[in-house]
Design a protein around this ligand. Sequence first.
Ligand code: SF4
Ligand code: SF4
Length: 475
Amino acid sequence: MQPSMFNVRVPLGEVADRDEVFLMNTFTDAQLIVSREVAALLDRLAAGAPESALTADERDALSTLTEHGFVVDDRGAERRRLEDYFHSVRENDDQLRVTVLTTLQCNFACDYCFQGDHGDHNRFAAKMTLETAARVAQWTEDQLDRLGSESFSLTFFGGEPLLNLPVVYYLSERLWAACEARGVRMRSSIITNGLLLTAEVVDRLLPYGLDGVKITLDGDKDTHNRMRPLRGGQGTFDRIIHNVRQVAGKCRIAIGGNFDEGSVDSYPALLDFLAGQDFADKLTRVSFKPVIREPKPVAPKGMIPLTVVGSQGKPLNGTCMTSAGGGTSICDNCNFVDEKMSFLRDETTKRGFSTVDGVHMGPCEIHRRHAHTIGPDGALYACPGFSGDAKESTGHIDGRRDASRESAAARFEALAAWKDCDDCAFIPVCAGGCTVAAHAELGDKNRPNCHKTSFEAGLVSLARDAAAAELQTVN
Ligand code: SF4
Ligand code: SF4
């Protein structure tokens, strides 16, 4: 018998002034608070202590540890279970997930974004036509028939998706009817800058499965208005807050934010502001991630470097590129981020908001065969982060085949960066990190993009929360 390679631990003396140890297994997701003796038992097993040398109490503990996956027969079998797990994630057809980029146009002129109302961008940026939307709907119906999925998740993304409301309405209504006819549960969501998110839009979409909206606020009012203005420089914060208030309670509302070195310190003030609003208890999630920028020499000092794909230097949808990643992906692709993510997570939970825990982060969309991103022209992509680059298109809704798409599809099919992660305990919840970041930073999609310190910081928060929850139960 051996300790599982996916065991992680936090001595609670470091975070909660207690003498025990928080244990987690990232594969089974089991979490236990155990005595130091039990934690030491795992170390003795790792050192080769035979079962026959254990006391009766230790055997009892061993049985509990085995039941929760902290002890396994042998590492080879565990590695094979890991392979099976990734295979099952990839092939799982219980749910079909489709992210539709209704347009690449945007009504904001964000400081850090290459899209949006800058220069001529909107004049040339693609927008899905109703004719293409009809073909997207047909393609989706065909997938539902082929897979027999129990549920369907539709996400509207962009650019700013609400700049193309006819397509949003059309796809929602038609695919809702298609799901009803097939007995499939459908839910939809919108990732939006919030400026056009009115009660009228939400009311129109609620009967067709609208479940949640994710809105971006980049810091407190002054910071947000500086980071996310309209083209004329007018601020957008007040209008977005007004809109959130109008739709609060109608559907789930998540607040996201993009921070950089210059804006991160304004987030506590934003959190204080949100906590004081009458809709605070209607916010289902508040989470932040770093701004992604072009690398030097383009990026001014202090900005987080990244993300250009392809020789033409095309951006990957700027900062918006990863918001649709399964709703659980952080896409934290820069070294600055680990510590700041942890800081913001703690600040967020302190004010009573639910947020990502920093450990349960993946595997993300790109590891799922039946999760698709569809561009405004009907091109298919493996995840939203690659949708800015036609060379990364893996197919097309009209079934057209060409060498470029087939080779891209084969490259994505072969992705398994985690295989280079040796015996890292975070593989089941990380899968080797964000592929888009690996592509941009390392020039290789199939290499791990590692932010282990971020997972370790998340684990410490998880341990502290578990200790506090246990204390509450005891009292
Ligand atoms: S590869 Fe990166 S950008 Fe794409 S879904 Fe995964 S975490 Fe998000
Ligand atoms: S990328 Fe890093 S944290 Fe993620 S599984 Fe690999 S080694 Fe672990």
